[in-house]
Every structure is written in structure tokens, then in C-alpha cells.
Design a protein around this ligand. Structure first.
Ligand code: SF4
Length: 375
């Protein structure tokens, strides 16, 4: 039986950041409590499924899961694992600077969390203010140091680049600050200015200006060079890890593995079926109060659609995919798909070696265009 990963969505934040269009919001304590009760009911609904599979990774994302007290996070984790934690389990908490302290981090570490992902985003206070983050750069450093002191040996830092007004030097300053802390993992995200966010309105009104594509590309490529020089493996478009520290949880998403998602708008994927939860918190809670799984949609792809999806997800990683594996899995759909692969190889955007297909690292930055050509 295939192993399973579990994602838990905690949608609460202290304040909405200026660029954020994730399912997250501020909420009174009573709503948080109701949501946690609903989450527990949802986990119990899937108990038979959880019990029959080996759970390999658990990821608490958000929102800001680190807003919850350790005992609340640990009681959710215990419920998921139901007293049988695996010996090689990866358990990650997303944490925001300003919401964690040494005592709580120690409790989380002792309770079974062994990876922490800190949303530093930048080490320039003016940029953090522009993004509407709740913390400054000193707090990001403090959060990192507290995580280390409390025993976390697997820490990720998130950084965002391509901010309005940001120069290459500004971004590299933040990157070098992050590298100097020696995290095991770094995620670099290019800022996407989403419609309806305060940042979008400022750009639309002309108060702020988006950066040109060349500058943003040069930030990305400079970061790739610096991180390679510091022994980080560029194993996915936006992700870099020291040897042995890839995010096992995220690798499950990119290798078409099985996962259950609990919480608001969370997505599950197993046995070829993708399922998404309701996106309105009152509907999510009401459904679970009635004992019903809070499902908003269910889709299943087969044949060429499934092949495309799996190939595109796998191409996000530096491992790409093995032709033989996908050919065997999708025997009828593969020959037509192969023509597209060969055309991309011809143009130099994809490479193939010993039957393994990959996007060349220098083209990771334009991977969306490459993937569009595989559709
Ligand atoms: S902390 Fe993250 S989820 Fe919360 S508002 Fe900011 S960007 Fe959105």
C-alpha cells in the first residue's frame, strides 16, 4: 500500500499581509476553537484511511499555524498519528517570526515536530513593511536562532524576491543574510502581485511599480549561483536544500504521491482522485458539525490528462521523470506526449539522459512556458 502524507491547514493570521491571497484571515478565539473542533471531526472521518496507510510526512501550513499554542498543535498531531508515530516521520510547522518563542519551540520539538519553515521573506525592514509583514528582520533572526536552540536540525527559510522598488543588491543582501544563518533549506518565491490585494491596488494606482522581467530573472539566476556555491542543491524550481534535506512533504506533491489535506480549502489526492474542501469557514464548520466531510469538489484525471499532470509536476524537480516509468503507467497516452517532449528537446529547453527527462536548470525560471507547451 502506498504511503501517505498529511497536510493540515490553519487559516488564521494576526494580520493580512499586503500581497496575500491565500485562504487566511484574522479570527476571534471562539472561531479558532470551533475550527479546531471541526478539524478533529474531519480527521476522525478519515480515521480508517489514516490507519491503513503508513504516514511519512505531516505538514501544518497556513495561515500562521504557529499562532496556536503548542498543546493545540500537538493534540492535532497525536490525533493524526493516533499513537503510532513512525521512526522516519517528517513533521513540519510553518512559523512566522514574532509568533514563536524558545519555550514553545522546545515543547513542539519534544512533542514530535522535527522541521520548521520560517517565513522570513526579507532581511530588509523597509521591504517587510512594504509586504505588510507583522515582523522585522531582527525578529526573523531571533525566530531562527530560537528554533536552532530548541533543537530543530532541519530549518527552512522563505524569501520573496521581485518586490516593487527592490534592486538586485537589496535582494542579494537578504539572501546572504539567510545563507549566513546556515538553514538546511531555502525557498525563494518570486512575488506575484495578485488582483484585489493592497499591493495590487498600489501598483495599479502607480504608487508602486513592478520590476522588469530581466531584473527579476537576474535575481533568480544570481541566487542559483550563490546557493550552488554554498552547497545547496537546486532540487525544485523554487527550492534549495543542503544534501539530505529536501522537503520530503513537498516532494510527495511533485512526485504524484498520495496525501490527505485537512482544513479549510485543503486539497487531498490519492488513488488518482483529487478532492478539495469547502473554502468558507462557516460552511466548513457547519458541514463537520453534521458529521459530513466538507468536500467542495472531486475530480479524477485519466489517460493523457493524468500523464500531462504527472509529467509537469515531476518536471518541477531536478529529478524530472523516467520515461519508462510514465510509458508503463500511461501506455496509450505516452506516444503522442513523447512528440511534444522531443520538440522541446530539439529546442534545448528539455534534456534527456539515460531515459530521464528534465528541465535544464537555466530554464527553470521559464518553466511555466515550457509546461504550457506540454499541455
Ligand atoms: S502570514 Fe502568510 S498566510 Fe498570513 S497573511 Fe501573511 S502571507 Fe498570508
Amino acid at each position: 500500500m502506498r504511503p501517505l502524507s498529511v497536510y493540515v491547514h490553519i487559516p488564521f493570521c494576526l494580520r493580512k499581509c499586503a500581497y496575500c491571497d491565500f485562504p487566511s484571515f484574522t479570527a476571534p478565539e471562539t472561531l479558532v476553537e470551533e475550527y479546531l473542533k471541526a478539524l478533529k471531526i474531519e480527521i476522525e472521518i478519515y480515521r480508517p484511511f489514516l490507519s491503513e496507510r503508513k504516514i511519512e510526512t505531516v505538514y501544518f501550513g497556513g495561515g500562521t499555524p504557529s499562532l496556536l499554542k503548542p498543546e493545540k498543535l500537538l493534540s492535532l498531531l497525536d490525533l493524526i498519528l493516533s499513537g503510532k508515530p513512525g521512526d522516519d516521520l517528517e513533521v513540519t510547522l510553518e512559523a512566522n517570526p514574532g509568533t514563536v518563542n524558545l519555550r514553545e519551540l522546545k515543547a513542539l520539538k519534544e512533542g514530535g515536530f522535527n522541521r520548521i519553515s520560517i517565513g522570513a521573506q526579507s532581511f530588509q525592514d523597509s521591504e517587510l513593511a512594504l509586504l505588510g509583514r507583522i515582523h522585522n528582520s531582527a525578529q526573523a533572526r531571533e525566530a531562527f536562532e530560537a528554533a536552532r536552540k530548541s533543537g530543530f536540525e532541519n530549518i527552512n527559510l522563505d524569501l520573496i524576491f521581485g518586490l516593487p522598488g527592490q534592486s538586485l543588491g537589496d535582494f542579494l543582501y537578504s539572501l546572504n543574510q539567510a545563507v549566513s544563518l546556515a538553514p538546511e533549506h531555502l525557498s525563494l518565491y518570486c512575488l506575484s502581485i495578485e488582483k484585489g490585494t493592497p499591493l495590487f491596488l498600489k501598483v495599479k494606482s502607480g504608487e508602486l511599480h513592478s520590476l522588469g522581467d530581466d531584473l527579476v530573472a537576474s535575481m533568480y539566476h544570481s541566487a542559483c549561483r550563490i546557493l550552488a556555491g554554498n552547497r545547496y542543491e537546486h532540487y525544485e524550481i523554487s527550492n534549495f536544500a543542503q544534501p539530505g534535506y529536501r522537503s520530503r512533504h513537498n516532494m510527495v506533491y511533485w512526485t504524484y504521491g498520495d496525501y490527505l489535506g485537512f482544513g479549510l480549502k485543503a486539497v487531498s489526492f490519492h488513488d488518482g482522485i483529487r478532492r478539495g474542501n469547502l473554502g468558507k469557514v462557516d460552511q466548513y464548520i457547519a458541514s463537520l458539525k453534521e458529521g459530513k466531510a466538507p468536500i467542495a469538489y472531486r475530480t479524477g484525471k485519466r489517460g493523457v490528462a493524468a500523464l500531462r499532470e504527472e509529467a509537469i509536476l515531476r518536471l518541477r524537480t531536478s529529478d524530472g521523470f523516467l520515461e519508462e516509468e510514465l510509458r508503463q503507467k500511461y501506455p496509450r497516452a505516452f506516444p503522442a506526449f513523447q512528440k511534444k517532449l522531443l520538440a522541446l528537446k530539439e529546442s534545448g529547453l528539455l534534456e534527456e539522459s539515460k531515459g530521464r527527462w528534465r528541465i535544464r536548470e537555466r530554464y527553470f525560471f521559464v518553466s511555466l512556458e515550457i509546461m504550457a507547451r506540454l499541455m
